[in-house]
Design a protein around this ligand. Sequence first.
Ligand SMILES: C[S@@+](CC[C@H](N)C(=O)[O-])C[C@H]1O[C@@H](n2cnc3c(N)ncnc32)[C@H](O)[C@@H]1O
Length: 215
Amino acid sequence: MDMTQATKDHYDNFYSKGGWSYSNWREKRFLKSKIVKPLKLQKGSRLLELGCGMGYQSNLFYELGFDVVGVDLSESGIAYAKSHFSGPRYFNIDATELSAHFDYESFDIIYIRGMSWYHYELNGVNKLGVDVPERTEELFRFLRPKGVFVLQIVTDFSGSQPEGKVHNNRFDEYVRLFERFGEVFYISDWKGRVLRNQAEAEKVGKHIIIATRKK
Ligand SMILES: C[S@@+](CC[C@H](N)C(=O)[O-])C[C@H]1O[C@@H](n2cnc3c(N)ncnc32)[C@H](O)[C@@H]1O
C-alpha cells in the first residue's frame, strides 16, 4: 500500500472513532496569542489550512475573522468538519492536488499543523516518499507575494529519529527548508517563547512554530 493511502486509512479510522478532543476556548486562546498576534496576521485574510483534520482549527480561524479553506486527505475528518463547522470551505483532497482546485497566488496565509510531510527528513525525499523541498516550493506558489507560511509541529529538536515514531528535526533543518522560499521571520516553541538558535530550542523544545514570509 502506498504511504498516502496508509495515512488516509489511519486518519479515517482515527477520526471515525472520535479523533482528538480539543478545548475550544483553550485552542482559540492559543491561536490568538501564539499565532495570530505575534505573526500579525490580518483578519479578513484568506487562509488555507492543510491537514485540517476534523476542522477544529479551521473553524477557530474562521471565528477569529479569517476567510478559511480547510484541506485534508481524510474523508471522515472532512465529513466531521463539514457537519460541525459551517464557516470554512472544505476539500477532501491530497495536498498534492491543490492546483486542480485553487489558483496560484490566491492565499495570504498557509497554516499547517502536524501534517506528516514535515515529521520526517526535510532535505529531500523522506521516508513517506514525499520530496519535501519540492512539495513545499509548490505550496508557496499558492501564496500571494508577502504571504505567510506557518508550520506548527512536534519536535524536541534533538535530531533523533526513533524507530516507528516521528523524527525530532533540528532547529536548523527547519530553517534551511524554509529560508529558500522567503524570510523566516518568526520561530517559537508552543508556549510562544521565541527561539533564536538550536541551543535555545533544545533547552525548551517540544514543538516548533515557524513562519516564513514569501519573497
Ligand atoms: C496530526 S494530524 C493533524 C490534524 C489537525 N491539523 C490537528 O492539529 O488536529 C495530520 C493531518 O494531516 C492530514 N494529511 C496528511 N497527509 C496529507 C496530505 N498529503 N494531504 C492532505 N492532508 C494530509 C491527515 O489526514 C491528518 O488529518
